[in-house]
Design a protein around this ligand. Structure first.
Ligand SMILES: C[S@@+](CC[C@H](N)C(=O)[O-])C[C@H]1O[C@@H](n2cnc3c(N)ncnc32)[C@H](O)[C@@H]1O
Length: 572
């Protein structure tokens, strides 16, 4: 066992962390830590680790508690916790600690020198290097691999995540109401710029005031951020995002056997799980001192726990999941690694991009007057409500290779191997419907009913489209019959959805990865890349996945629309 690992275990004992003897913390030759079962089979519902709440490192427990702004979630929470961690890693806190062995802090990432932090044994077990997150690749200006990798990330999901913390807002329907050059959404700042600004504006002044002997550095802060990004847990409403010793020693798998249990809904003022003075309106200063919860009753009050949710064979590695739906792009950005195979691969669009790109750039604006933008929101609401029935869910899962049912109430505009998410299909339907109305004297129609008709028509046609050659003749006759018996609006709108989808995917394909590389054989490129160009290899593998999803979607919709067009043509 490495020195760091034994120091970590000693530190755990000293800080009241319970680790069941059925598991062991191990490390490989590279020093990467993982958690393994020992000799016995471990059954589900067993608590294998208990971490006292005061052993975690959060903005509430750190040496600079009270000075660091609390942010409940998101980038703000990551930045605040990075500052808390950085303070523990690199300095002696004047107000709490009076001596420090660190006289100067070297720029290179050496092992920690400051033994005074309460979390020293824990922090010292972290990887010695910065976690290799794409967000910092651009700073490695002498690395051709980094620059090449960033080039490949252009237009990919991972590339989009490097920009703009506000990206999520773009998916909100209301975003479409304010599409203009001056939209705040266009002014997204790079995430890395956000981190650096936080460091210079908030972290550096505060840390300089409190760190006795060493001067904080941006590079040190980046390392703290990379550790927070790849290890922190959102534990509860009081501590927020936190570093949780031993819970963070488990590696990730989608099929996890263990998970963290914590009660999120504690008092945000004092952390109490029970009734506390903050529940009352007439609270006084004396009552409100933060601290351990009163009326402690069981382990949930004072500890976070790692509890098994599946059986674990002897000697097997035990995995947590960092998120069941995380794609490789998300894993790479947040944790610096990807999985060999990942069923969560997907491309996403925002409402802004779909509307702006399809309507403004690809098609002329003449069929899309300003007042129609308001209709997008109304129609979308009606269509999503109409699709929110069990019948649609089972229809899509059994009879469509082009659309899947996305189990969410959000507008998630995704494309996966399974096809378009139903909200993405819905927005294309809405745009197609607006165009149909525009071309047909603004006829009155009910978008919800028409959406169901169009969807049923599509799944029926998909079933025919899959027929082999022997059945082609029969299929063509059936197709003619179906089209003749279908509502004209549904047929026209389905064709339009196809055109919009093809345009959307084709545009994405051409702008995905390094410029002008759309026809390049990326498997050959991977074979030829030196093995130590790890970042470029990662980036190219993401591009391969995204292009393959896009091409399979394009092929499906091209086939469907081609058959419909030629049959309509034959029908005259
Ligand atoms: C919370 S830590 C897990 C413990 C970590 N292995 C360690 O050495 O401390 C998360 C980091 O572990 C690594 N990791 C976790 N799961 C992984 C996986 N399935 N494949 C590759 N690396 C993984 C990544 O480097 C990630 O940033």
């Amino acid at each position: 066992m490495s020195n760091q690992l034994s120091a970590l275990l000693e530190w755990c004992i000293a800080n009241g962390i319970f680790i069941d003897s059925q598991i062991r913390i191990g490390s490989d030759e590279q020093g990467d830590i993982g958690v393994y079962a020992t000799d016995s089979f471990i059954s589900p519902k067993q608590t294998l680790v208990r971490i006292p709440k005061d052993a975690i490192l959060s903005v509430r427990t750190c040496s600079l508690a009270g000075f660091i702004p609390f942010n409940p979630y998101g980038l703000g929470a990551q930045l605040s916790l990075s500052m808390a961690l950085y303070a523990e890693m690199y300095g002696a806190i004047v107000s709490k600690l009076h001596s420090c062995v660190v006289k100067s802090f070297p720029l290179s990432f050496h092992r920690l020198k400051c033994r005074e932090s309460k979390w020293f044994g824990y922090i010292d077990s972290f990887p010695g290097e910065m976690v290799d997150l794409p967000i910092f690749w651009g700073l490695d200006v002498n690395s051709q691999d980094a620059l090449e990798a960033l080039d490949w990330l252009t237009g990919t999901e991972a590339g989009k995540m490097l920009h703009g913390k506000n990206e999520d807002n773009l998916t909100k329907l209301v975003g479409t109401l304010s599409i203009s050059e001056s939209s705040p959404f266009i002014l997204l700042r790079q995430k890395q710029e956000e981190i650096d600004n936080f460091y210079y504006d908030i972290a550096e002044p505060l840390l300089s005031r409190h760190l006795e002997a060493s001067k904080p550095t941006l590079m040190g802060f980046h390392r703290a951020f990379s550790l927070v990004s790849s290890r922190a847990f959102l534990v509860d409403a009081y501590h927020g995002l936190s570093m949780v010793p031993i819970a963070d020693a488990f590696n990730h798998s989608v099929d996890n056997q263990i998970h963290l249990e914590s009660d999120y809904n504690v008092c945000p003022e004092c952390g109490s799980l029970h009734e506390c003075p903050h529940d009352r309106d007439d609270v006084t200063d004396v009552d409100t001192k933060p601290g351990s919860p009163k009326n402690a009753e069981d382990a949930h009050d004072s500890c976070y726990m790692m509890v098994t949710n599946a059986g674990i064979p002897p000697q097997a590695e035990i995995f947590n999941t960092y998120g069941e739906t995380l794609s490789n792009s998300q894993l790479l950005n947040q944790y610096g690694f990807v999985l060999q195979s990942n069923d969560n691969a997907r491309l996403s669009w925002t409402m802004y991009h779909i509307v702006q790109h399809l309507v403004v750039e690809l098609f002329s604006l003449d069929w899309f007057p300003n007042q129609e933008r308001r209709n997008i929101v109304t129609y979308m609401f009606q269509v999503l409500s109409a699709l929110e029935v069990e019948e649609v869910e089972s229809l899509l899962s059994s009879q469509s290779d082009l659309i899947y049912y996305e189990d969410t109430k959000e507008e998630h505009f995704f494309l996966k191997y399974e096809g378009l998410s139903h909200p993405l299909w819905a927005i294309l339907f809405v745009l197609a419907t607006i165009r149909y109305r525009h071309c047909n004297g603004n006829v009155d129609l009910d978008p919800g009913t028409l959406a169901l008709q169009t969807l049923k028509l599509q799944t029926t046609l998909e079933a025919l489209d899959g027929n082999d050659e022997d059945e082609e003749q029969h299929g063509n006759e059936a197709l003619s019959g179906i089209l003749k018996g279908s509502d004209k609006a549904a047929v026209d709108i389905l064709q339009e959805i196809g055109s919009l989808c093809i345009a959307l995917c084709d545009h994405r394909l051409r702008n995905n990865g390094k410029s002008d590389s759309v026809d390049e054989d990326l498997f050959k490129l991977l074979d030829e890349l030196p093995p130590d160009n790890t970042r470029t290899r990662l980036a190219v593998s993401l591009v391969i996945t995204e292009r393959s999803i896009l091409k399979s979607c394009l092929a499906g919709w091209q086939s469907l629309t081609r058959h419909v067009s030629s049959t309509l043509h034959d029908l005259g």
